[in-house]
Design a protein around this ligand. Sequence first.
Ligand code: TYD
Length: 210
Amino acid sequence: MKGHFITFEGGEGAGKTSILQTIKQKLSGQGYKVIATREPGGIEISEKIREIIHDPLHTAMDARTEALLYAAARNQHLVEKVIPALEQGKIVICDRFIDSSLAYQGYARGLGMDEVFTLNQFAIRDYMPNLTLFFDIEPKKGLERIKVNKDRERNRLDLEEIHFHELVYEAYQILAEKYPHRIQTIDAAQSIEMVETDAMDRIISHLQGK
Ligand code: TYD
């Protein structure tokens, strides 16, 4: 793989989506070729799958259906957008990837992280991220932050009970311990400027091979 595949992960209200845009601009400003994208979505077919998964009216959706749809959206996005950019040697920064499925569907929904990993292997083949930043914030604080932001889209998963978000948080901690070489934890409860600086420093170190 010629480029660098970097993913941002974390629970609701960790601030990763706005930080991702700032980091993209900073990296571009330093001359790096970079694209920013998101999951589920990033391209037309996957954005349509996103609408189906996230529709608050789809309360009947079974957890396995949910996991399969995220994996389907992931494959299409990889094939159409991520892999071509990596082949061109670009840096791809993606808001959420396989760890979200492991945490939300595998752990919080109770399907099992190993089972969900196996399901996703079909979709991602060998395309695991080179670096993953986990934006670490307690669910209570994260949810308070998104309550304040009234413009934010409310999806079916945002509407889950606090216990669900606590499980997601626990899962990310398990994943960070399991994959210490790939996943780096960032304290996302700091001021946004400090979180940005921290994230940027780690990405630059990674790109410079430190
Ligand atoms: P989004 O509106 O993009 O918000 P944010 O990333 O800021 O939370 O919501 C994406 C939602 O989809 C989020 O609730 C997590 C969920 N999700 C999964 O449950 N599994 C997955 O594999 C992915 C990619 C996302």
